[in-house]
Design a protein. Structure first.
Length: 338
């Protein structure tokens, strides 16, 4: 019987794509999601892609009784933990919600896994734990100085899991720090569906291309970068999904704790993303360059060489493919899953 993997937040953007990658690798993903930032209609899309009806449990990862019941009813081989809040700005205005959900939920999940004897956990962390970098590319041993409650909540969970591993070395844990997830599944059936105002560049670009917004607001055109706009490490969501599967397979081989960057190892500027999306969509993208946003850094990308050496994983999809897949998703689903 194929191994069952609990995927918390599995109906969300990265979680749903990871379910596709898990199914393709022969695993059976089981989704636990409270749908606070996702849509139940993704399940039918996952069925169309995978050919399987995935088990879905609607509930909150902070619900101890629910977790105990879920682990008692199903023999899970591992958990991949995506469930959490992820908007930097919102975390500044409501930090307690972020610590409650991101830290509290993670501790609740780890406790339930320990009680059930499930000791393999892949944790969705973030490059925000680095804060403002001294230089790019950023290695895993760079200074950790997150600048927001969101970033600090991710770092707190990492530290808790490191302590858990030190106290019980039989655990198999991967802490995956990734940069800017973009793109969509090549089928155009699943993609990014932000609730309310997007938090990232690509949904804004997509909404301008499809006519939902008049123009793109670019925050800062005078950075010390080749074209003056900010440079970031954009990575295709399916590359990220496959990175989680690679981390899971690595954890099956040996008890260990690994901390790895998942990124492309190179940066792309905002204007480079705009031009790539214009090529993908075949239409111009109006934009306006405004002042910098407080806290934004000029350039920021990761060093993924340790992930390649440890997992045999590397990002394979280009910026042009990221934009083409994003455009296909947006064209076919202008209102997301609605």
């Amino acid at each position: 019987m194929s191994q069952r993997i609990l995927v918390t937040g599995g109906a969300g953007f990265i979680g749903s794509h990871t379910c596709v990658a898990l199914a393709a690798a022969g695993y059976v993903p089981v989704i636990l999601d409270n749908l606070c930032n996702s849509d139940v209609r993704v399940l039918e899309r996952l069925h169309q892609i995978t050919g399987s009806t995935l088990q879905f449990i609607q509930g909150d990862v902070r619900d101890a009784a629910l977790l105990a019941r879920v682990f008692a009813e199903t023999p899970f081989a591992a958990a991949i933990h995506f469930a959490g809040l992820k908007a930097v700005g919102d975390s500044v205005s409501d930090p307690l919600a972020y610590y409650d959900t991101n830290v509290g939920g993670s501790l609740m999940l780890a406790s339930a896994m320990r009680d059930a004897g499930v000791n393999t956990l892949i944790f969705s962390s973030s490059a925000t734990v680095y804060g403002e970098p001294e230089h790019s590319p950023i290695p895993e041993d760079a200074a950790l100085r997150p600048a927001s409650p969101y970033g600090r909540s991710k770092l707190m969970v990492e530290q808790a899991l490191v302590d858990l591993y030190r106290s019980q070395p039989g655990w198999r844990i991967a802490l995956l720090r990734y940069f800017n997830p973009v793109g969509a599944h090549e089928s155009g059936l699943i993609g990014e569906h932000p609730h309310g105002k997007p938090n990232n560049l690509m949904p804004f670009v997509c909404q301008v291309a499809v006519g939902q917004r008049d123009k793109l607001q670019i925050h800062g055109g005078d950075y010390p970068t080749p074209d003056g706009t900010g440079v970031r490490d954009y990575v295709h969501v399916m590359d990220l999904a496959e990175g989680h599967v690679a981390a899971l397979k690595h954890a099956e081989i040996q008890s260990s704790l690994v901390t790895l960057n998942l990124g492309t190892g190179q940066g792309a500027s905002v204007l480079e993303v705009v031009r790539a999306f214009e090529r993908a969509s075949g239409r111009p993208l109006p934009f306006e360059i405004g002042p910098r946003r407080p806290g934004d850094v000029p350039a920021y990308w990761g060093d993924p060489s340790l992930a390649q050496a440890t997992l045999g994983w590397r990002a394979r999809r280009s910026l042009d493919q990221m934009c083409a897949d994003s455009w296909r998703w947006q064209q076919r689903n202008p209102e997301g899953y609605r």
